[in-house]
Design a protein. Sequence first.
Length: 171
Amino acid sequence: MSGGTAALVMAALSERASARTPERRLSLVNPHNGERYDACFFAGGRYRADGLAELNHAMRDWRTGATRTMDPHLLDLLVQVRDRLDVAPRTPLKLVSGYRSPKTNGALHARSHGVASKSQHMLGKATDIAIQGVPLNRLRDAALSLRGGGVGYYPHDGFVHVDTGAVRHWS
């Protein structure tokens, strides 16, 4: 097989493999404003700009309206957590907090020692979530098992923190 033919065959195989790559989507509901989102952010072997933009908007700082580009690895990690729990892709994750502006994070930090002054939320690398019908301890355990970053367990506040920073955990 000539070099040109081999390259065409490899390109065709790669295209078929990309087409078989499952799509990744997230469904979110924000309890603070009632907004609901369902976005496919990865399909055909690549990230989709429209889906990423929708999730960046959905995960904005709901207090100020400020947005940030969210870490695509965080979105992937949320899909992995959901899949580890055998939760259907269109089941919404309760989005307690996504991106936090420095202003919001500073105000929360001043009120609570549990809010980091240099939070991963300000980098677009963290979210606080819950899933209806899934006990928080199971959600925490699923996130921990993936070793994708930090996992914080807040049973009294009703959420689990998941981030793509260093692997660590706390309660």
